[in-house]
Design a protein around this ligand. Structure first.
Ligand SMILES: Nc1ncnc2c1ncn2[C@@H]1O[C@H](COP(=O)(O)OP(=O)(O)OP(=O)(O)O)[C@@H](O)[C@H]1O
Length: 889
């Protein structure tokens, strides 16, 4: 007798209760359906509670009862009546299916919901009465019914139309919350999910329709992939929970387990609770207690240890969604758990969907093309022609401090991988879709080569340099727009610890040692650690600028020492101008100096003027010798010496030198290169004025062939110092760190120097190029400079050329701009008389005749040229005298 009917009164009453419950449920469902049909079939002319009716027959499908009932509902509630069937049905069904809860236990909840219903209905009726016209609706009274009408009249008189609306919407929200036991979090989540899916759908639609917009297409594809991966992840989690619960929950509806789309955990909790309850019906728990009772059951399947922290995309910790929910999560509201699991699954899915690509890590030493030294192409021919080292004793490079042992090995592969992902994600935050395709670690910086998505402008990335630096929490980021030979953009990020480049390292390198030019400068190392040397003879003039403390003076010192380790005083002579009386005074007394280090700006102008005169003399000499440059001239002189037939000075004029007519000309000697180094060139511009700019421009235009070169340094890279005239004539530039993009543009005609690291980090822009090379400047300390200076002083004392400065002191009006243009020189008239008489317009003859310095004589000749007394110098440097000789009375 397996299926015995219950015989005890307890068993019968239980059966009866169950049957009654089902019947009541059925009745309520049918009543609500009837109500709904009645409302659908409503006709205003049917008889009803509010009127007798005009139709002989009732039109409502539900008969006269239905017509009456509908009329009653619409009369009282207006449009809100439509909600009634739903409002009755939903809680009833919920109450009925939860079979274990007695009416008494559920009473507080019923009351709460009822209160919610009343609040919701009343506020909806009133809102409808206030804002909806009844004309098209045709309800017996108003669109909000009698209830709405009464409440709206009262509320508007007290709170005005706007105030009532605000209050009613609030009341409706509250009613809804009570009625549905609603969590606004969950609404927010659902709304968010809906907006997201709509956006995905739309963007997928748009991207598929617009060809060429591949960037968006990739995003939307990726997002869709993430979404599907998310679903699949959710599903697998679903399946795993199902496996756990299968024996107990065979009949439980699939949707109760929907982790990502509903209050899944809550459903699981409730269902788990009911399992407990079935095991002990006698222990019916109120709802709150049930919740407390659930965790032990569920924690039973949770392994909190499985929660794995993974660092993907930099420092973002992501929980592995494949692990089961943590105990913590179980105490959270289900919506929060859902949101977290969604986030985590999206991230996990991205990791699953996009398997980590092997990041290509190529050290800069291999990836970076070393900067070609100007001298290197000529090396082979030059080596045959000239000895690489001068016979004269040049101090040993041992005087310099040796390079330090490099102990830092930079970033590990893992760190580089993480940084790449972080960089990608930060770029994405700023709206730039790009992929790191290669990483090049170097000794000072690491370069990330990124491939931007099609359509991304490189200027957008450049403009993000500062924001990127901030968001990556590093001092600076430099964007390299063009990497020769590649289609990628470079992002240069400083290493945590920087390796110092020592001058000894650069000067001991092959490129410096093999360079034949006596004007080879060791600048530092490139980003890959290769030495960078440059030939000043090819530059042929150099402008160095950078903010104070950026490493300019150290850089200039490194250049001067490069010259001192390469050339003897016979090969290179130096003129140093140091308005600050600080930086270059250290070189006082070395044999290379043409004059003592110039600190007086008037003398500096005189020095420049001497250079102009020397330049013109050299041009004349070269013209006579039929050579095109100083190297050619020196070669010819040396060759003649070696053959035992020294060449005689072709410009020799015995009379001019006060020698008797017929005195043989002296033999020609090789001419040294002259390098003029001006440490703070802005000061000179300020003190002496425009004339300096003109002189510099004049030297810069012509001096290359004559072997005269300028190195101009300034800490004020403004347009009044680095003028258009100077920029046009000084084509090679070095920018150390500057404070703004504008300063960088003034120096290099492009931004970038504002993102340098300081401490000798520089951008070197060779003449005729537009892509600057980043160089980490060579460091040389003051004590090293001292040692080299002392060594040279031991070799010999300087032979100063007095003419360079000897008459500059008499140029009283220099500061006022009257340095070169006064006809008021007391000797001017005498000089004009002398020239027009002898018909020889030569500076040296005026110099000798008047017993004045070169500068003053040259100035007089120029004034005569301006006055039309003499012509301008021809290609051979000669001038014709135009004015007639003075009339002798
Ligand atoms: N190549 C380098 N490597 C490492 N550190 C350097 C380098 N060059 C300069 N520095 C550091 O920067 C400091 C400032 O350098 P320097 O005096 O050359 O700057 P500056 O631009 O000439 O400043 P100012 O215009 O005020 O004289 C130096 O004392 C040194 O510590």
């Amino acid at each position: 007798m397996k299926n015995k009917l219950p015989t005890s009164p307890y068993a019968f009453s239980e059966l009866l209760a169950r049957v009654v419950k089902v019947c009541v449920l059925f009745l309520i469902i049918m009543s609500c359906t009837y109500m709904l049909l009645g409302m659908l079939g409503y006709h205003p002319k049917d008889p009803g509670w509010s009127h007798l009716g005009y139709h002989p027959v009732v039109s409502n499908w539900t008969g006269i009862f239905g017509a009456w009932m509908t009329d009653l509902l619409f009369s009282f509630l207006g449009i809100a009546a439509w909600l009634l069937p739903m409002i009755i049905l939903v809680p009833t069904v919920r109450f009925m299916v939860r079979k274990e809860v007695s009416l008494l236990d559920g009473l507080p909840f019923v009351m709460l919901r009822t209160f919610g219903i009343l609040l919701l209905m009343a506020s909806l009726c009133t809102l409808a009465s206030i804002h909806l016209s009844n004309q098209s609706l045709g309800f017996p009274f108003t669109s909000g019914g009698i209830v709405g009408q009464a409440l709206s009249d009262w509320m508007v008189s007290w709170f005005s139309l706007l105030g009532s609306t605000v209050l009613l919407v609030t009341a409706a929200g509250m009613g809804c919350t009570f009625y549905m036991e609603l969590s606004w979090d969950s609404i927010q989540n659902r709304l968010g999910a809906w907006v997201l899916s709509t956006y995905r759908g739309l963007s997928a639609l748009l991207s598929s329709s617009s060809e060429g917009n591949n960037a968006e297409e990739r995003v939307s594809e990726r997002e869709n992939a993430l979404a599907s991966a998310e679903n699949s992840t959710t599903k697998s989690l679903k399946e795993r929970i199902r496996e756990r619960f299968e024996p107990n929950f065979n009949s439980v509806d699939e949707e109760h387990f929907s982790i990502s789309s509903g209050p899944s955990l809550k459903a699981v909790n409730e269902e788990s609770a009911s399992v407990h309850n079935e095991q002990a019906p006698s222990q019916v728990l109120p709802r709150e207690d049930k919740r407390k009772a659930v965790p032990p059951l569920v924690t039973d399947i949770v392994k909190p240890d499985n929660v794995r922290q993974e660092t993907v995309k930099g420092s973002l910790p992501i929980r592995d969604v494949m692990s089961e929910p943590s105990a913590n999560e179980l105490s959270m509201p289900p919506e929060v758990v859902k949101a977290q699991s969604q986030n985590a699954s999206v991230m996990q899915a991205s990791a699953v969907k996009e398997p980590k690509k092997e990041l290509k890590i190529v050290p800069l030493a291999e990836a970076h093309q070393p900067i070609q030294s100007d001298d290197q192409d000529n090396n082979i021919q030059n080596k045959e022609r000239r000895p690489v080292r001068s016979l004269r004793k040049i101090p040993s490079l041992d005087l310099l401090d040796p390079p330090e042992l490099q102990t830092d090995h930079g970033y590990s592969e893992e760190e580089l991988e993480d940084m790449s992902r972080l960089l990608e994600s930060k770029l994405k935050d700023f709206g730039v879709i790009a992929e790191v395709v290669e990483v090049n670690p170097g000794p000072v910086i690491t370069r990330f080569e990124i491939q931007p998505a099609p359509g991304v402008k490189v200027s957008k990335i450049t403009n993000l340099a500062k924001d990127l630096a901030r968001s990556l929490a590093i001092s600076s980021v430099r964007v390299v727009e063009v990497i020769p030979g590649k289609s990628v953009v470079g992002i240069e990020i400083p290493n945590a610890s920087r390796q110092m480049v020592r001058l000894s390292e650069v000067l001991n390198s092959k490129p410096y040692n093999e360079a034949s030019s006596r004007l080879t400068l060791g600048l530092g190392n490139d980003i890959a650690g290769n030495p960078v040397v440059a030939n000043l003879a090819k530059m042929p003039h150099l402008l160095v600028a950078g903010t104070t403390g950026s490493g300019k003076s150290v850089g200039v010192n490194a250049m001067i020492l490069s010259l001192l380790f390469k050339a003897t005083p016979e090969e290179v002579r130096l003129m140093m101008v140091d308005p600050k009386m600080l930086e270059l005074s250290i070189y006082e007394g070395i044999p290379h100096l043409l004059t003592p280090v110039i600190t007086d700006m008037k003398e500096a102008a005189g020095g420049l003027r001497w250079c102009v005169g020397e330049m013109e003399r050299r041009y004349r000499l070269m013209a006579k010798m039929g050579v095109r440059n100083l190297a050619g001239f020196n070669d010819k002189v040396k060759a003649a010496e070696q053959q035992g037939k020294p060449l005689l000075d072709p410009l020799w004029n015995a009379e001019e030198h006060g020698e008797p007519f017929g005195t043989p000309a002296p033999a020609l000697e090789t001419l040294p290169y002259i390098v003029v180094i001006i440490d703070e060139f802005a000061d000179m511009m300020m003190i002496v004025g425009k004339k300096v700019e003109e002189l510099i421009a004049r030297i810069a235009q012509k001096a290359r062939a004559a072997g005269i070169h300028l190195i101009l340094a300034t800490q004020r890279p403004s347009v009044d110092v680095i003028t258009g005239l100077i920029k046009a004539n000084v084509p090679t530039r070095i920018a150390f760190q500057v404070s703004s993009k504008i300063d960088s543009r003034t120096i290099l005609d492009q931004s970038g120097a504002e993102n340098l690291l300081g401490n000798g980090d520089m951008l070197y822009l060779p003449a005729g190029t537009s892509v600057p090379n980043r160089v980490h400047g060579a460091f040389v300390g003051d004590d090293e400079v001292h040692r080299v200076v002392e060594a040279w002083k031991q070799v010999g004392a300087p032979v100063y050329i007095d003419a360079v400065l000897n008459d500059s002191g008499s140029e009283g009006g220099a500061a006022s701009g009257g340095l070169f243009d006064d006809e008021q020189d007391p000797l001017y008239d005498e000089a004009v008389a002398f020239i027009t008489e002898t018909r020889k317009a030569s500076i040296s003859s005026v110099q000798r005749k008047m017993k004045i310095g070169y500068n003053r004589a040259a100035r007089m000749i120029e004034t005569m040229e301006a006055a039309g007394v003499v012509t301008e110098a021809g290609s051979n440097g000669q001038r014709e005298v135009l004015a007639p000789p003075p009339v002798r009375g």
